[in-house]
Design a protein around this ligand. Structure first.
Ligand code: UD1
Length: 481
């Protein structure tokens, strides 16, 4: 069995370039069919989930090819509107393809995504938003079918600012008649990146990064070249790794403005961070202090995806820190594994109480989910002796090569063997014959898409976005309800 072997007790010292963001590239790949042309994504992370998205695109008739860390996708050959159930099960976030496929061809079919390792993951907000836009979606035997619909611009209020639902509705709205306005939209930087991509393809999306996003539909969209934003959760993982092991690191390309909530907690614990145009320099505290309660919340609150890695780092803090997980039910599955390494953590429902400093020791542990697995690596760097981390398929969904990166940062981390999905990918690349790369529009400037210091698009205040005025257009093709 493949394992990650980490020998702890060595302070970190080194530099790493932060990979492209998983949670940004996945919706961007789902959006690619809207472009009806050649899309080249720079800084595209090589991840299991990206490979699953590529498989979905191939099932839909598109072709894809890698060149270093650039991925080129040709969606002009798009011909199918069905996502196979097996691929839906492989990656829950593939539900975001639904909005794009509906926008591109007016019908779609895919498996109903089930729960996942984080607990129930409903998609009711995705479906009710699409239905409000005129989609006739039926579920039978675990398969979602949507036939013969023409989408219509609509005003939609999300009861909770769901990231995936905001993305799905943005993509569907690109194919709708008139203007769609999404209120209480998610404000995550990945939403801003998706809007930047859609606009680079000729779309008209405004207000991303604020609570109100508006999309003018039915524009002529085309291919483009687009750089994926750096992964703020991977950056947070390596900051927590340094906080845990001690030392000083530089994260090239990290965007400090996306990491405000994480950096503020790490500074409270005594660490120092300095950023410039090239990235983020971080120095760990010699002795970590416990911090006030860490409550996960939608952006710009503390990210649920960074809860586990921060918890692992704060095992070393001298005192008690309380965590409150407010997004997902099963987000403490790493706790029993951390306990095997000597952690003192008690869980009471959504609250976890961490008592430090723990005297951590190496152990054989298993990744229970993506970020839980990363937390084990963070703790292992501070543990006495060797930790063997198993069940690496979770980590491969979100980290290109965590052993490579931790080694570059001065840690002692090695992986045994190569991931099966990487071997499969090599075979897939060998048989990929498509000549993609023609017809791409010139590179679109990123500047207009980048969020400002608050995570918002430049000039976009919270809740006061520059959005469209709804056209009130009639929608002749709306499905009967
Ligand atoms: C995305 C991220 C994930 C991150 C999460 C929260 C991707 C690929 N994944 O997941 O890494 O942890 O945002 O920042 O980008 N909800 C409903 N009904 C719905 C949709 C969501 O009740 O239809 C609830 C969820 O159960 C959860 C909350 O809303 O409690 C937030 O979920 P959401 O923002 O949708 O997360 P994802 O998009 O699935």
């Amino acid at each position: 069995m493949r394992e990650l072997l980490i020998r702890g007790g060595r302070p970190l010292s080194g530099e790493v370039r932060v990979q492209g963001a998983k949670n940004s590239v996945l919706p961007i790949l789902a959006a690619a069919p809207l472009a009806n042309g050649v899309v080249t994504l720079a800084r595209c992370p090589r991840l299991r989930d990206v490979e699953t998205s590529i498989q979905i695109l191939r099932e839909l008739g598109c072709s894809a090819a890698w060149d270093g860390d650039s991925l080129t996708v040709d969606t002009s050959t798009f011909r199918d509107c069905t996502i196979p159930d097996a691929l839906m099960r492989e990656m829950r976030s593939s539900v975001v393809f639904l909005g794009a496929i509906l926008a591109r061809c007016g019908r779609a079919s895919c498996g109903m995504p089930g729960g996942c390792e984080l607990g129930p993951r409903p998609i009711d907000l995705h479906l009710s938003g699409l239905r409000a836009m005129g989609a006739d979606i039926r579920e039978r035997g675990g398969i979602l079918r949507c036939d013969g619909c023409r989408l219509c611009g609509e005003s939609i209020v999300l009861p909770t600012p769901s990231v995936g639902a905001t993305e799905n509705l943005m993509l569907a709205a690109c194919g709708g008649d008139g203007v769609t306005v999404i209120r209480n939209a998610a404000r995550e930087p990945e939403i801003v990146d998706l809007a930047g991509f859609l606009n680079a393809c000729g779309g008209d999306v405004r207000g991303a990064g604020s609570g109100t996003v508006s999309v003018a539909g039915r524009r002529d969209m085309h291919g483009c070249t687009y750089p994926v934003m750096p992964d703020r959760i991977v950056a947070a993982t390596y900051l927590c790794a340094a906080a845990s092991a001690g030392g000083e690191i530089f994260l090239r390309g990290a965007e400090a403005r996306h990491l405000d909530a994480v950096l503020s907690v790490l500074r409270e614990s005594g660490c120092q961070a300095l950023h410039d145009a090239d990235g983020l320099r971080f120095r760990a505290a010699a002795r970590l202090k416990p911090v006030g309660p860490v409550r996960t919340a939608p952006y710009p609150g503390f990210p649920t995806d960074a809860q586990s890695v921060l918890m692992a780092a704060l095992l070393r803090a001298e005192g008690t820190t309380v965590f409150e997980e407010n997004l997902f039910e099963n987000r403490y599955r790493h706790v029993p594994e951390l306990r095997r390494m000597g952690a003192d953590i008690r869980v009471f429902g959504r609250v976890a109480v961490v008592n430090g400093p723990a005297s951590l020791h190496g152990a054989a542990v298993e990744c229970t989910d993506l970020r839980g697995g990363a937390a084990l690596c963070v703790a292992a760097l501070a543990a006495d002796g060797e930790t063997r981390v198993g069940n690496l398929r979770h980590l491969e969904r979100g980290y290109e090569d965590i052993a490579r990166d931790l080694s570059a940062l001065g840690g002692d981390a090695n992986c045994t063997g190569e991931a099966l999905w990487q071997t499969a990918r090599a075979v897939g690349e060998a048989i990929e014959t498509a000549g993609v790369g023609a017809n791409a529009a010139p590179a679109a400037p990123r500047s207009g898409a980048n969020p400002g210091p608050s995570g918002n698009a430049p000039g976009v205040p919270d809740g006061g976005a520059d959005v469209h005025t709804p056209s009130g257009a009639t929608c002749p093709g709306r499905c009967p309800r």
